[in-house]
Design a binder for this molecule. Structure first.
Ligand SMILES: Nc1ncnc2c1ncn2[C@@H]1O[C@H](COP(=O)(O)OP(=O)(O)OP(=O)(O)O)[C@@H](O)[C@H]1O
Ligand SMILES: Nc1ncnc2c1ncn2[C@@H]1O[C@H](COP(=O)(O)OP(=O)(O)OP(=O)(O)O)[C@@H](O)[C@H]1O
Ligand SMILES: [Mg+2]
Ligand SMILES: [Mg+2]
Lengths: 265, 265
């Protein structure tokens, strides 16, 4: 089982879109996938066509009332389950501020899941606070969706520092697998410059012991494609909404890379 | 003096880009403008070509050590001053958790500024936490940058609820002036659908006492324009970087609308 935290404190870079559609592509490839929505905005939950803030157990109930993750998981597609979010999650950081072992609650809740899924993908809010730290403590891998813009590049150092802190103090297995270039606009000079900077930053870490020493930029880039912004409003994945779009092609190709079968699109 | 909080908990919708470039357009129109960076990402500070985390006083020093806002403000362009951010600001929410009157610190710090500026624009992080609440308590107006996408539309209700809460408990003068459509892609069906939904939501509030009863969608839309994403990497406003681009035209037009001289581009 691979547990992957999808994080970036920069807002609007494609975190939720990546969890929803990479998850769908992995499920189509026959893997059993659990999606977890750790963002109080509940966007992943909405993208899966699930109504937040109902009686269905949510990630809030798991973190605050230690309810069972098994009971909270609902099947949303073939091979895909979701633990949804709840608007109350916004208060979780304050409610858990003085709870002992507050960073470990998600990891403990998921420990019962071992073997039930092939992949667990965790969508995080645009911050490096307690919810994201819970995801980093529960995961072994980190994927960083990144829009190739100047402002988006600025936070990568701080993001990696947070990953290093969690690895050193809470989760020795944690490492950064890769950076997914999202909202990619082919042909702009800016994207080329940002990617070159990023590649340099990663190359400099080779041979060191930092958690991103083996990180790479995924070969597959996710191109800007309006169909990816339309599909959540229909509660559909890109594969159900526009299977022949660039969005579907790119996420299928990314799944192939994640599965290690680069030619597996 | 008009104090405007630029907020949206949805990430990557154009908050920082709007504060930087609307601020610049107002300054070019001869207004004295103070920009405040309340986001620990320090993106507005970087966009103004100011290095964060130096000895220069920042918003962190004002909120945590009650340093003077006057001393923290630095002139970055003609008619434009900045109170920059600092990476330590990420810890401010926790550090202030048990401080009495923690929501009022920014308002008190700015009260000495009355009359010194014509506009104060406050850039906020992608959340509705304590930093954003400080901005809402200090401001009289709210501008909501919004990308016309389905996911970005979902949070508007929660955002307005937070504004209503702050108005009722902390700041009776607060109201929502308007929504700025950013990253607008002309010709996509999605933008049209989202705008129609939004217009309906606002129309329903007419004649009520909610803080958005008089809100409107600004006529000026900010079109997607790669130059707006390039200029922060040069530490320039759009007017210094590409004065004839759509980005410059749109923000100049928006400033005209904000100044009430709709034809003033
Ligand atoms: N490749 C793409 N092409 C076009 N639109 C996209 C693409 N990826 C994401 N989007 C749209 O861009 C917006 C931002 O994406 P998304 O919400 O997935 O980012 P996020 O990082 O999860 O944001 P947040 O920080 O608010 O959680 C959304 O409206 C989404 O529909
Ligand atoms: N009209 C536009 N056209 C093209 N790119 C834009 C436009 N407005 C903003 N951008 C770019 O899109 C990205 C998101 O914008 P910005 O950082 O201003 O949003 P934000 O709401 O402040 O994000 P955050 O939630 O992370 O604070 C940035 O890389 C910015 O340079
Ligand atoms: Mg998201
Ligand atoms: Mg910003």
């Amino acid at each position: 089982m691979r547990t992957i935290a999808i994080i970036n404190q920069k807002g609007g870079v494609g975190k939720t879109t990546t969890v929803a559609n990479l998850g769908a592509a992995l499920a189509l490839a026959g893997r059993r996938v659990l999606l977890i929505d750790l963002d109080p905005q509940t966007h992943l939950t909405l993208s899966c066509n699930v109504e937040p803030d109902t009686d269905q157990l949510s990630i809030y109930d798991i973190l605050i009332d230690e309810k069972s993750a098994d009971e909270a998981a609902v099947e949303v597609e073939k091979n895909t389950w979701l633990i949804g979010s709840d608007i109350d999650l916004a208060a979780a950081e304050t409610e858990l501020a003085n709870v002992t072992g507050r960073e470990l609650i998600l990891r403990n809740a998921l420990s019962a899941m071992v073997g039930r899924y092939d992949f667990i993908l965790i969508d995080c809010p645009p911050s490096l606070g307690l919810l994201t730290v819970n995801a980093l403590t529960a995961a072994e891998e980190v994927f960083v969706p990144l829009q190739p813009h100047f402002l988006a590049l600025q936070g990568v150092g701080k993001l990696f520092e947070t990953v290093a802190l969690v690895r050193d103090r809470l989760n020795p297995k944690l490492s950064v697998t890769g950076i997914v270039l999202c909202l990619y606009e082919t042909g702009t000079r800016l994207a080329g410059e940002v990617v070159a900077d990023l590649r340099q930053f990663i190359e400099n870490a080779r041979g060191t012991v930092v958690p991103w020493a083996h990180a790479r930029i995924f070969d597959t880039v996710i191109r800007r494609n309006i169909k990816l912004a339309e599909c959540p409003s229909h509660g559909l994945t890109i594969f159900d909404y526009e299977p022949r779009s660039n969005g579907a092609l790119d996420y299928a190709r990314l799944a192939g890379e994640v599965l290690g079968k680069l030619g597996a699109v």
